[in-house]
Every structure is written in C-alpha cells, then in structure tokens.
Design a protein. Structure first.
Length: 248
C-alpha cells in the first residue's frame, strides 16, 4: 500500500509554530510506502518562498507598534520605561525579519526545507521518485480540458500531472493525504478513476499523515501524533494568530 501526501500538507508546516521532526523521520524510515513525484518536489520548492514571504509580510504588518507622544506622558517615569521597551521591541522585530530574510535566501537555514530535502534525497537514493513524461503531460492537458478532477487552478496542471504520474506508475492500493477541495470534493470520482485505470483502490482520504500511516500498518508514536495535532490546531487558528498572538 502506498501513501500520497499532497504538497500543501508539507507547506502547512510553515503555518504552524510546532515541529515536524517525528513526522518526517517516520516518513523517511518508511520511504517505500510513500509516493514522491518530481512535480511534488518542484511544487514544494517554488511554493516554499511564497509561503514564507506571506508569513514575513503578516509578521511585519501585525507586529508593528505605533509611535505615540504626549508632553504630559513624557513627564511620567512609567511612560519613559514604556518607550525603552518599545525600542527593544522594534529592535527585536528587525532581528526576526532579518532571520526570515536569511531563510529565504539560504534554504539550508530552513528546518522544514531540510527535512523535505532529506525525504527527497532518500527517495532518490532508492530510485523512488516518479517522473513526468511528455505522455503524462499530454494526458494531464486532456484531463484538464475535459474537466476531470483532480483540478489545479486555470493556469496550472500540477494536480493533473501528479494524478497521471500515479495512474502510470502505481499498481497497488493507495491512501491520499490532503486537505484541498480537489480531493475532498471529488473523492468518489477519483476512486472510480483509479480503480478503472489500475484495478486497485483508494483506501482512504485523510488530512492526517498519522491516520495514513496507521491504515498502511505503520506504527506511529505519541510524539508524531502530538506534532500533527499541533499543526492542525494551528491551521484552524492561523488567521487569529496574527490578530492576537503577538500581543499576548
């Protein structure tokens, strides 16, 4: 049984303040169970920058402290202490922004990118990466033109290419890990399509890697489950984080 993890699941680690060490180490230890395509690798590498920049922009906007002045307040010792704290805050904010900028320039300083790179390298060593061909691109174009899922946005063929790679290469039951509507809204169609093309089944669609591991007979740890719980909880409150977290 194989497990396909959608690219956005990996990118969601950037939207959490938890770690992903146990999740990635378990994936790497069981690499034979996972499907990795060149399309997923490219999607992660090109989307990583956009996700980090989004975090950086939101941090810079939401963590600003407005300047304030008052001739009366300036006579208060407590107010002068507050000004000192404000200056320290602004200085630390610049350090954080600089660190984010360094991560953007140098992916080796990015722990999530390093985990993903290790996953890719181990897959390459074992010849487990599945590649796009001209025939697969042609089939992906046809799939998009017909309107059959999975469907990317109108300017992309990413989901279509990944699906055609799977249909061309996988001859066993699979589990999908994804949160996108392209999977959740079209699961019945995809199940029929996969069975018709391969003779095998999509056993499950889940948003949790831990559930996929268990369905595939791979033992999970409490640490892994806690990591994933943290990611999913953070995603639920991702927008609220920027409104409230910085001022707690």
């Amino acid at each position: 049984m194989k497990i396909l993890i959608d690219t956005n699941i990996f990118l969601d680690f950037y939207r959490s303040n938890g770690t992903s060490m146990h999740i990635f180490s378990t994936i790497i230890e069981n690499i034979d169970h996972f499907i990795l395509t060149d399309q997923i690798i490219q999607e992660f590498e090109r989307s990583r920058e956009g996700v980090i920049k989004s975090v950086q922009q939101r941090f810079q906007i939401e963590s600003k402290l407005e300047n304030f002045s008052s001739s009366y307040l300036q006579n208060l010792e407590e107010f002068n202490e507050l000004i000192k704290i404000q200056k320290l805050y602004v200085a630390q904010q610049k350090i954080v922004s600089s660190s984010i900028a360094e991560i953007l320039k140098d992916s080796t300083k990015d722990p999530i990118a390093n985990y993903f790179k290790e996953f890719v390298n181990e897959s390459l060593k074992k010849d487990k990466v599945l590649y796009t061909t001209d025939d697969i691109v042609s089939k992906a174009v046809k799939r998009k033109n017909i309107g059959n899922p999975p469907t990317s946005n109108k300017f992309s063929l990413g989901d279509e290419i990944n699906w055609e790679i799977i249909l061309a290469n996988i001859q066993e039951d699979i589990i999908l890990v994804g949160r996108d509507n392209t999977y959740t809204n079209n699961l019945t169609f995809l199940q029929k399509d996969y069975h018709k093309q391969t003779g095998y089944d999509i056993i499950d669609l889940t948003e949790r890697i831990s559930v996929a591991l268990e369905r595939a007979g791979i033992k999970t740890t409490e640490a892994l489950i806690k990591e994933e719980d943290k990611v999913i909880d953070d995603l639920k409150h991702y927008d609220d984080f920027w409104k409230y977290k910085a001022v707690e």
